[in-house]
Design a protein around this ligand. Structure first.
Ligand code: ZN
Length: 470
């Protein structure tokens, strides 16, 4: 009798255990996991589709989600803001604080392209989504996206294409080859789960001609054609129902004031300021700048610059407005400068001739990019308000069914964009597994208790009957 009870209990426990482990789980979510294509069109301002016909972007909005705008982190320049997209962290927390790598001791500086290959500039404590996805069993790829070339904690994105030096970022034929590679080869043939894809326009055209020009409008039409080409490629490879697509950008663009009345900011012309008091500086880079004064010179430099020009903002690192989240990282220099929209900061004399610029305060509407999303997990025809780009990372992790790293965003900001918005259990899947196990063990425990009582009663009765026969 006892033996048969034990066998029954063991069989029951095994059945319950297999019910938990045999749940339809592809990844931590019970729902099936779809693939994700994350695209950045560099410098695509939130309102660039307002003065141009953009039939493909319009159709994408009808079939998916469109945000009024998104707010990038400060400093609104390419590498720092892209690394926020990849990590969900503000710039002071992820440490990719500028497009340029620099060394304050040797005075060495590397421009944007060469900085892509400096591993320890990117790999300083925060993992991009590719590595996190790979560590959780997914396959990731990246084409031209800032940060692609670097190695993170000895790992790199599994499938990558880094642009060659002097790559022409405006060649539409090349864009289509890149789309064919990503959709046809990486997603369809090699079955990747996540790909980040970068286009260097309309940033380049916005810089060269200015954002409110026929040239920029023509480039936005090229972007729109490319969006149509991407969606057609997805459809022709049978991926429409298995692939989510998010399209956004790193920052916007605004027109630079030119001409005699422009009141340019030239640091060397400011009374009391001298580059002899500066040990290291990053200026002549659009509207932002950073200074490291020589020892004992900080107060002198600060008081010379503060209030010296009506369109120049000057802050000691520790006094930076908290909302900008650009102070805490040790790489940020002790004095930070930024200009009002339309102005750039020149050092010795004007050397900047772009007609459009970015890098301004992220509250300036012209600095805000666009945001579109479409695919099997997104609602159709939904328009949402603006939100910060730090929130895109937890959304991407949720779509991929992976556990995010520590980040500054929240899924709660974007989850209303999703179909089955109540099916938000990816973050708590471990808890639900534990809950199932607890229920299983409680049931088995209860059964054992009942059997113990029955057996004890039966044995007692039998003993008493035996005793009564004596
Ligand atoms: Zn950019």
């Amino acid at each position: 009798m006892l033996l048969s009870v034990c066998v029954s209990v063991c069989v029951l426990a095994l059945l319950m255990s297999s019910a938990v482990h045999g749940a339809p789980a592809k990844g931590p979510c019970a729902r099936p996991r779809n693939k994700l294509l994350f695209i950045s069109f560099d410098g695509f301002r939130w309102d660039y589709d307002r003065d141009v016909d953009t039939p493909h972007l319009d159709r994408m909005a009808e079939e998916g989600v469109r945000a009024a705008y998104v707010t990038p982190p400060y400093l609104t320049i390419t590498s720092p803001t892209h690394f926020t997209l990849l990590t969900g962290r503000y710039i002071e927390n992820h440490g990719v604080i500028h497009n340029m790598w620099f060394n304050i001791s040797t005075q060495e500086k590397k421009q944007y392209y060469m900085t892509q290959f400096v591993d320890d500039y990117w790999d300083n404590g925060t993992l991009p989504i590719w590595i996190t996805a790979q560590r959780q069993g997914l396959k990731a790829g990246s084409l031209h996206f800032p940060g692609t070339a670097a190695t993170y904690q000895k790992e790199e994105v599994g499938v990558k294409q880094v642009e060659p030096f002097l790559y022409d970022h405006s060649n539409e034929t090349d864009w289509r080859l890149n789309v064919d590679r990503v959709v046809g080869d990486w997603f369809a043939r090699r079955d990747l789960d996540l790909v980040t894809l970068y286009f260097g326009e309309p940033d380049k055209t916005g810089h060269k001609y200015g954002p409110d020009t026929p040239e920029r409008r023509a480039m936005v039409q090229t972007v729109d054609r490319t969006v149509g080409y991407i969606r057609h490629a997805i459809q022709s490879h049978g991926l429409t129902e298995r692939l989510n697509v998010i399209i956004t950008a790193d920052h916007g663009m605004t027109t630079v004031q030119r001409g005699a009345g422009a009141n340019e900011i030239i640091l060397s012309k400011i009374p009391g300021f001298s580059f002899r008091d500066i040990k290291f500086h990053l200026v002549d880079y659009g509207p932002s700048g950073m200074l490291l004064p020589r020892e004992g010179m900080l107060e002198k430099v600060y008081s010379a610059l503060k209030g010296a020009h009506p369109h120049l903002h000057v802050y000691k690192k520790e006094d930076m407005p908290e909302r900008l989240h650009y102070a805490k990282h040790p790489r940020i220099l002790p004095i930070i400068l930024w200009a009002d929209p339309g102005y750039v900061i020149n050092g010795l004399f004007p050397v900047q001739f772009n007609k459009g610029e970015h890098g301004f305060d992220n509250e300036v509407m012209d600095m805000k990019p666009f945001f579109r999303a479409v695919g099997p997990d997104f609602r159709r025809g939904l328009q949402v308000g603006g939100f910060e780009t730090v929130h895109i990372y937890p959304l991407m992790c949720h779509l991929l069914g992976i556990t995010p790293e520590v980040n500054d965003g929240s899924l709660h900001v974007t989850k209303h964009m999703l179909l089955n918005a109540d099916d938000q259990e990816c973050q708590t899947t471990d808890e639900s597994v534990h809950w199932n196990l607890m229920v299983g063990f409680a049931a088995v425990g209860g059964l054992l208790l009942v059997m113990f009582v029955v057996m004890t009663t039966w044995t007692t009765c039998k003993r008493r009957r035996m005793e009564s026969y004596r």
